[in-house]
Design a protein around this ligand. Structure first.
Ligand SMILES: *Cc1c(COP(=O)(O)O)cnc(C)c1O
Length: 389
């Protein structure tokens, strides 16, 4: 018996445990001070009514002989794949049903897709980054290289012709920075991928926050993307499914063998998403469901706007917030990420996430999120404005 030694190469992340430890220390010394958490990386509003109704109905069906369902299709029920197919047409993207695969969320598939690629591939990921991209590849022993995202490129790195990569991760709108690529920028990645015979793994978990026609929701809105990109999306941030679990992955048939390989992989290692959850997900794509989820999204977007406008008044450089729940700011007075964390905790009792925890280029930056309540967001911003204006 041999262990997978690649696991020894994973870096421990102390980011969220250190945040928790520091907050606990502060509250035990200052029990009367109210802490406001703007570091939350999870949705907080409940599932919308349409989703709950649909899931209740599905539960009842499961309890009756005539409507009970056992194993479903591994790639998802047709009713949900058809709903996703129709949703894509609203972004002017036409997909065949057998290019759509229902998943239990984007994180699983972002890792699982790597089954289709040799371990000798070189992987390009942006820095700072959602840690899943790096760690899933380290586990398989792949070489990981980084594309620098920084203030100079507004946290949207573009391809470097001198760098050779086989797999390219793009997350737009981005976690942690909230920055989003426009058409032209995405097109340059597609051209690079084609020149290098590379595949783009496009994570569009935050597409539903976009309300600007210059920012694509799907990479397939750009010509040629079906020849070089796999797309991952999720109902987690779109409809509050972080605990309910449902997403979808698009593997175009234009990618040749990859579509059939992914079907084979899924039918071998996955037995599908629960029927009840898929009925809930289907409800998200109905007209009423869309209206209801937009109310929740608008609530978060309003918070993001409050944060962004406060930072502007304080002359604090930042990106994001516009098409995403994340605001990525440059720490004032050249403070380092953890220095700023301590300063905000001490002087404003506002908790965010130090950018340094997302990669070396995150040093000196800080992430705030709009997933808190409006009242708390307003209060936190008043406190910040007092400190920096
Ligand atoms: C939240 C998030 C996801 C979604 O993950 P799920 O497994 O679907 O909950 C995917 N990518 C990024 C960058 C995220 O922040």
């Amino acid at each position: 018996m041999n262990l997978n030694k690649n696991y020894d190469n994973l870096e421990q992340s102390y980011l969220f445990s250190t945040v928790a430890k520091k907050v606990n220390e502060f509250t035990s010394k200052n029990p009367d001070k109210k802490i406001i958490r703007l570091g939350i990386g999870d949705v907080t509003l409940p599932l919308c009514k349409k989703v709950i109704e649909a899931m209740h109905k599905a539960v009842d069906e499961m309890g009756m002989q005539s409507t009970f369902r056992g194993y479903g299709p591994e790639q998802g029920y047709d009713f949900l794949r058809e709903a996703v197919q129709k949703y894509y047409t609203t972004h002017n993207v036409n997909l065949d049903l057998d290019e759509i695969f229902i998943s239990d969320g984007a994180k699983s598939d972002l890792g699982n897709i790597l089954d289709l690629f040799g371990n000798d591939n070189t992987v390009l990921v942006p820095d700072p980054v959602y840690p899943v991209y790096v760690d899933t590849n380290i586990m398989a022993g792949r070489k990981v290289i980084f594309a620098d995202a920084n203030g100079d490129n507004c946290f949207l790195p573009l391809p470097d012709k001198n760098v050779k990569a086989d797999l390219i991760y793009i997350c737009s709108p981005n976690n942690p920075t909230g920055a989003a690529y426009n058409r032209e920028q995405l097109n340059s990645w597609i051209e690079y991928a084609k020149e290098n015979n590379a595949i783009i793994l496009f994570d569009t978990a935050y597409e539903c926050f976009i309300d600007d026609s210059s920012i694509p929701h799907s990479i397939y809105e750009i010509e040629g993307a079906k020849d070089c990109a796999i797309e991952f999306c999720s109902l987690s941030k779109m409809a509050g499914f972080t605990g309910t679990r449902c997403g979808y992955t698009i593997v175009p048939k234009a990618l040749g063998k990859l579509n059939k390989m992914w079907l084979r992989r899924q039918t071998t290692k996955f037995n599908g998403v629960p029927y009840i959850v898929q009925r809930g997900a289907e409800a998200v794509f109905t007209e009423e469901g869309q209206k209801e989820i937009k109310e929740n999204l608008n609530y978060y977007k309003e918070n993001a706007k409050i944060i962004s406008e406060t930072l502007k008044r304080c002359n604090i450089w930042h990106v994001g917030g516009k098409y995403s729940p994340y605001i990525w700011l440059k720490c004032p007075n050249n403070m380092k990420s953890w220095e700023f964390f301590d300063y905000l905790l001490e002087h404003a009792q506002v908790v965010g996430t130090p950018g340094a925890g997302f990669g070396k280029n995150g040093e000196g930056y800080f992430r705030l999120t709009s997933f808190g309540s409006k009242e708390n967001t307003l209060e936190a911003m008043e406190r910040i404005e007092k400190l920096f204006k």
